[in-house]
Design a protein around this ligand. Structure first.
Ligand code: ZN
Length: 131
């Protein structure tokens, strides 16, 4: 069974660093060498890996996504969140990270980000560590 963690978002569009939560789950399983899959079971949220050192990187990503996919642009899906679905697909719904010596094998500047596109909400992230 995967572990389900809860992520609370506070803006309509938001990127939240969940790296420490994911690493904690890896440590809990005791897996030394394997793969960690992080999956978002939502249609208007996504997950990505990118730079965590400079918060402006995430701000730039969110601003550019909003520029490319404006919130109102004559979409066929009339729930008011058509742009959220498109942004979620652009980011993707899962990432896989190699685990070595019990640690996520991320690059120096890499962090795992939960991407909210129709918040604020309380969301779920599923984490599974494979041996
Ligand atoms: Zn919708």
């Amino acid at each position: 069974m995967p572990t389900t963690v809860s992520v609370k978002t506070t803006r309509r569009i938001d990127m939240i660093d969940i790296t420490s939560t994911v690493q904690k789950e890896v440590s809990t399983t005791g897996v030394q060498d394997g793969i960690c899959v992080v999956y978002v079971p939502h249609t208007t949220a996504g997950i990505t890996i990118n730079e965590g050192a400079d918060p402006d990187v995430c701000e730039d990503i969110m601003a550019k996504l909003s520029e490319l996919v404006p919130s109102h642009r004559g979409y066929r899906h009339t729930e008011g969140n058509a742009d959220s679905h498109i942004k979620a697909s652009l980011m993707g719904s899962s990432v896989s990270i190699l685990v070595e010596n019990g640690r996520l094998l991320l690059g120096t500047w890499q962090k795992v980000f939960f991407c909210e596109f129709d918040g604020p909400r309380t969301r779920k992230v599923l984490i599974k560590v494979l041996d």
